[in-house]
Design a protein around this ligand. Structure first.
Ligand code: ARG
Length: 564
């Protein structure tokens, strides 16, 4: 990382001036003045009883005298009241860019230790249609997985299906009431019966009880229910897989809540050993509150008084399973923010009982809202299903231009994904955002289509030219320099996205790079350029730009179509 490298250099120089402190370097806040800056002089002022200005000028003077100054800098200067400003030399920029081009992953630093991450995302509920919220966990989760892998760690992704909840009991009840033959159960039927039953249970407590009882018997192994459950799982599971294929989202493990049941007993044993289970009106609970809590954290319900297990039970048993099977260093949950309390309880029990020593991370995401600021609904007031959303996006894109209709299905799928994913992933994951499909599908602005256009336009030029293998050490103008400097920021962005588990850093970077690439392209005409050295240099920079764009688009799950 350049900031790191410059920090080390500054620290060394500062040492020779008698400061045994670490100097940090950041990207310039004023790019018109310099490329990088250090504000460390401010922090040292107190310690040394000197004005930041004195320290700053001392370091700048010493920096100017280092032997290999030109290998790093074009200029360093002091700016009142305490900034050290640095402008990189063209030679330094050239070498860094060549180094990026010549190494896999642009010479990203390998991790000192490879860690194992279990990632829990997707989490669709069998027999319930997937909606826009499920899209968010799927695409944020997939991107986080790709970023972690890119950085060099190991991931195990698990879809963690909701396959054992009340909705199953409701659907089974409906099937039995309808006296439906097993072979007549179809996806359409399931999509029809679930909302009906769910509505019925809301108004009729007796039926709700019956459905709960069916769910419980299923979990206890009732063979008739299990047979129906298998059928539901198969049909609904295939449809869920189809949607994930469309989104280009995949999982290593296709497990669900039902798989956790075999781990309930050993997990409960640990809870007993540690004497953590308490009785609360017939239910078994685990107390998790802590003295320092500012809000009330209720106990986790391990088992209800009727013997039923709950969401917290399966999540804990799943942590036990993951620990036994994979010994992960991290278990990360990409889940709706509104489940924060649930996971706080689960994590506390897991730590109290020492079920795992993995770091447990709740990576919450915000709500997808409509213009009214409330969770996004269709015009008719329903929560839109994923299929409908894909269809709607496709239609809006097709209506933009007559030629769009000639595109292949596969290209359209990729473009629809780019529209939806880029719109989503440019937002910090924990924030809500407003779903505005017209805005998202624009070809200008911070959108997926804009990025794809940029990429494909550059790609077209590059395909007609011989790609050079080296750069000269010249930089020709501002748009050229800005693009090159942005390329140099790449590793910092990737590592920050990894550390904070934030794909939006990558999406932002992609956008900035595309924007600079477009300015570059508009200002520096390659066609008919006589100066071969200049032409080579520019082709080199564009080649690297597109290589970076391509790999970063992969990290946010965007595939590149053949045409736009
Ligand atoms: N099925 C859950 C839901 O739709 C999400 C599952 C998240 N993962 C987990 N381990 N609890 O709310």
């Amino acid at each position: 990382m350049i900031t790191e490298k410059l920090g080390i250099l500054l620290t060394e120089v500062a040492n020779t001036c008698g400061y045994d402190d670490t100097f940090t370097v950041i990207l310039s806040n004023r790019p018109e003045l310099c490329d990088y800056q250090s504000d460390t002089a401010f922090q040292l002022a107190k310690k040394y009883h000197k004005a930041p200005m004195m320290i700053g000028t001392e370091i700048v003077d010493a920096l100017k005298k280092i032997e290999n100054f030109d290998a790093y800098f074009k200029e360093v200067s002091f700016a009142a009241p305490g900034f050290i400003n640095m402008t990189l030399s063209d030679k330094f920029i050239k070498e860094k860019l060549e180094d990026m081009m010549n190494h896999e992953k642009f010479h990203l630093k390998e991790p000192e230790q490879v860690k194992t991450f279990v990632l829990d995302y997707g989490g669709p509920n069998v027999a319930k249609p997937l909606h826009v919220g499920h899209m968010r966990t799927a695409i944020v989760g997939e991107s986080i997985k790709r970023i972690i892998n890119y950085v060099g760690h190991k991931t195990i992704s698990d879809v963690h299906l909701g396959d054992y909840g009340l909705q199953i009991g409701q659907v089974i009840y409906g099937i039995l009431e309808d006296q439906k033959d097993v072979k007549d159960i179809t996806l359409e039927y399931l999509e029809d019966i679930y909302p009906k039953m769910s509505a019925l249970c809301k108004e009729n407590d007796e039926i709700k009880e019956k459905c709960a009882a069916i769910t419980k018997s299923l979990q206890d192994g009732d063979s008739t229910y299990r047979e129906l459950w298998q059928v539901i799982l198969e049909i609904s599971g295939n449809d869920i897989k189809r949607l994930y294929r469309y989104l280009d989202v995949s999982f290593d493990l296709w497990q669900g809540e039902s798989d956790a049941y075999q781990y309930i007993a050993p997990t409960e044993e640990i809870l007993h050993e540690k004497d953590l289970i308490e009785d609360s009106e017939g239910a078994k609970v685990v107390e998790v509150k802590k003295e320092e809590d500012t809000k009330e954290i209720p106990p986790l319900i391990w088992q209800k008084s009727n013997g039923a297990y709950l969401y917290g039970t399966t999540d804990l048993a799943t942590i036990y399973e993951r620990e036994q099977r994979f010994h992960p260093d991290y278990i990360c949950y990409i889940v709706d923010n509104r489940q924060n309390l649930h996971f706080e309880q689960v994590f506390r029990v897991a730590k109290k009982a020492e079920i795992t020593d993995a770091n447990l991370e709740f990576l919450g995401y915000g709500t997808v809202n409509g213009e009214d600021g409330k969770p996004y609904k269709t015009r008719s007031g329903n929560t839109p299903k994923l299929d409908g959303l894909f269809e709607q996006t496709k239609e809006i894109f097709l209506s933009k231009k007559e030629e769009n209709k000639e595109k292949s299905e596969e290209d359209i799928r990729k473009i629809v994904n780019a529209i939806l994913k880029f719109a989503d992933l440019q937002n910090s994951r924990e924030r809500d955002y407003i779903f505005d499909i017209h805005k998202f599908s624009n070809t200008v602005g911070k959108t997926g289509p804009y990025i794809l256009y940029t990429y494909l336009r550059i790609d077209k030029i590059l395909k007609q030219e011989e790609v050079p293998t080296r750069l000269s050490s010249q930089i020709y103008n501002e748009t050229d320099r800005n693009l090159r400097l942005k390329l140099l920021e790449l590793d910092k962005v990737i590592l920050a996205a990894f550390t904070d588990r934030k794909p939006n850093y990558i999406a932002d970077y992609i956008y900035q790079l595309s924007d600079l690439a477009n300015s570059f392209y508009q200002n520096n005409h390659l066609a008919n350029l006589e100066d071969q050295v200049k032409k080579n240099d520019w082709l080199y920079v564009l080649t690297l730009t597109n290589k970076v764009l391509k790999e970063m688009l992969f990290l946010i799950g965007i595939e590149i179509p053949t045409f736009m």
